[in-house]
Design a protein around this ligand. Structure first.
Ligand code: ATP
Length: 245
């Protein structure tokens, strides 16, 4: 997508206000205005609501959760221990995880916020032991990854013990949740979610809502607000917000 779907307001109009370094990064990216999904979801997330966001591919969902995650963790001004994380993004494929990680990199690249580090965790390209060694050394605060390897690290499976401590986790994002479900990851998701602290914010982002997802929403989100951006809204710039009960 390009700016054709933006036009839902200037970033500077958001309440609560975004940090100057976020606004500067958006300006260097050439993104002057928000897309409808960003204008709908970011303020809710920032005001401590759980959100269910139903929006088509290319509507700008990634920034709708990357920005609130960074803002919330920056505001916390907390130092997480090397094996602790503050935010977790779960997505169905390595490619999507890689894309999301590269968006975090754009915002976290400089030493503006030396407290925040992110890491990409997907099976297939490294062993579990490699990931553990990396995390021990690097100490990421935000993990982006696919369900299987994340389950190994966060919950532990079979004889494997969990390595990551999630007791300080603030934010969980399930991205492309319909595909997570379709690809058979619901058991892993349930295992991960059951392991996370209840005092957290959760965002579920999906192109479609299905019965299976409604079950995850019931089990994993608290009084969520639903943000729906339909294809025509990308033209009309309207966004519907309704309680997701
Ligand atoms: N506010 C904005 N202004 C202009 N372009 C934007 C804006 N937000 C995102 N984009 C661009 O739009 C494209 C689609 O964004 P993004 O990948 O977040 O959409 P998505 O809804 O997550 O899509 P997908 O479902 O394919 O992951 C990206 O190239 C992104 O850089």
């Amino acid at each position: 997508m390009s700016t054709k779907n933006a036009g839902a307001g200037l970033w500077s109009t958001l309440e609560p206000k975004l940090s100057p370094f976020i606004l500067e990064t958006l300006a260097t990216m050439g993104f002057t205005e928000m897309t409808p999904v960003q204008a709908g979801a970011i303020p809710l997330f920032m005001k401590n609501k759980d959100v269910v966001v139903e929006a088509v591919t290319g509507s700008g969902k990634t920034l709708a959760f990357v920005i609130p995650i960074i803002e919330k963790l920056v505001r916390l001004k907390k130092r997480f221990a090397k094996n602790e994380i503050g935010a977790l993004v779960i997505t169905p494929t390595r490619e999507l995880a890689q894309q999301i990680s590269s968006v975090f990199s754009i915002f976290l690249k400089d030493s503006v916020i030396p407290l925040l580090k992110h890491a990409l965790i997907t099976g297939g390209t490294s062993t579990l032991q490699d990931d553990i060694c990396y995390i021990k050394e690097f100490g990421p605060d935000i993990l982006i990854g696919t369900p299987g390897r994340l389950e190994d690290l966060l919950v532990g499976r079979g004889t494997t013990k969990n390595y990551i401590n999630t007791k300080e986790l603030e934010i969980l994002v399930l991205d492309e949740a319909d595909r997570l479900f379709d690809m058979g990851f619901s058991q892993s998701l349930n295992n991960i979610i059951a392991h996370l602290p209840k005092q957290r914010r959760t965002g579920l982002f999906s192109a479609t809502m299905t019965d299976g997802l409604a079950e995850i929403v019931r089990a994993g989100l608290r009084n969520p607000v639903r943000v729906m951006v339909k294809v025509e809204d990308l033209v009309s710039k309207d966004v519907q917000r309704i309680p997701a009960t």
